[in-house]
Design a protein around this ligand. Structure first.
Ligand code: GDP
Ligand code: ZN
Length: 293
């Protein structure tokens, strides 16, 4: 039986992409019975009745599932951060990175509006970019105005399901338009395709960019560490996870424990101090949310 991926759900129909073809499918009553609802992003088995219609018969196990937008099997998140307007914010970037790492999604950091960078903010920005690259993250520098760096981003989207994330106004819609002008997404407009307000009910759709699929709604609008355990947090900071193996205590949270290899790496400059400060800030947030025993 053919298999495909749901790219759109609308009025009880699931649009299943199989190769180049899209089938308009109904779901079997089976899903209702088992309380599993097919999601956009799901890999499914379906029965084709003809070249355009079919019935979804099975949902494959999900790799992950985002709540907003409601979408499954996301391979990577394109984290869009402007160099200026608004200024590049490592605090916000780290918040996104933790949530993305927690969902086992690959992050790609895209810095936009490079054309607006002045000699004054260039130095600080370059240092941040170097820091994140050293941590092992892919960082791309782009401008939707000059189209600089856009070509380098495209290969990263190939064959993957991606979700764009980042504050409103950083240039997500502009970036997608620069990649694929046919999309003609409205920019700088709250009701625009990507920058759509939170309260609208329109469903998410996966759109084609080359051989890649991109969610047309930005992800990670809630940046709270809802269900995260304190122990999990340092796994979401790759450098702390790595250095943490040398801490004296196995369950070291790198807070007040003695002989902490993470704090030593911060003191020696191996781990940027701001990364550690953000870690501590998130740890406090997690502790505040839960009773401590
Ligand atoms: P979104 O809310 O993240 O989708 O951001 P938009 O794509 O709507 O962009 C917000 C504003 O920033 C708009 O006025 C864009 O024209 C502007 N903008 C986006 N990218 C760039 C860029 O690379 N350079 C400059 N100078 N302006 C940009
Ligand atoms: Zn430690």
């Amino acid at each position: 039986m053919p298999e495909g991926k749901i790219i759109k759900a609308l009025s009880g129909f699931y649009y299943v992409l199989d190769g180049e073809e899209v089938y308009q499918c109904r779901g079997r009553g089976l899903f209702r019975k088992n309380k599993v609802t097919p999601l956009v992003g799901d890999y499914v088995v379906f029965e084709a009745e003809n070249k355009t219609d079919g019935t979804v018969t099975e949902i494959k196990p999900r790799k992950n599932e985002l709540i907003r937008p409601q979408i499954s099997n996301v391979d990577q998140a394109i984290l869009v951060f402007s160099a200026v307007e608004p200024d590049f914010s490592p605090a916000l970037l780290d918040r996104f990175l933790v949530l993305i790492e927690d969902n086992e999604i690959e992050p790609i950091i895209v810095v936009t509006k490079l054309d607006l960078v002045t000699a004054e903010n260039q130095k600080k920005l370059s240092q941040y970019i170097k820091d994140y690259q050293k941590l092992g993250y892919t960082v791309l520098e782009t401008s939707s105005v000059t189209a600089g760096g856009i070509e380098e981003l495209v290969p990263y989207l190939e064959g993957k399901t991606s979700v764009f994330a980042g504050q409103s106004g950083v240039g997500k819609s502009s970036l997608l338009n620069a990649i694929n002008p046919e999309l003609a997404l409205k920019t700088d407009d709250i009701s625009s395709h990507l920058g759509r307000g939170k309260h609208t009910t329109r469903h998410v759709e996966l759109i084609h960019i080359g051989s890649g699929l991109v969610a047309d709604t930005p992800g990670f609008s809630s940046l709270e560490f809802m269900e995260m355990e304190a122990e999990r947090l340092s796994y979401c900071f790759p450098e702390m996870h790595k250095h943490g193996e040398d801490c004296k205590f196995r369950a070291c949270l790198h807070d007040k424990e003695p002989k902490c290899a993470v704090k030593e790496a911060v003191d020696s400059g191996e781990i940027p101090r701001y990364r550690y400060e953000h870690y501590m800030q998130f740890l406090e947030e997690i502790r505040d949310r839960k009773p401590r025993y």
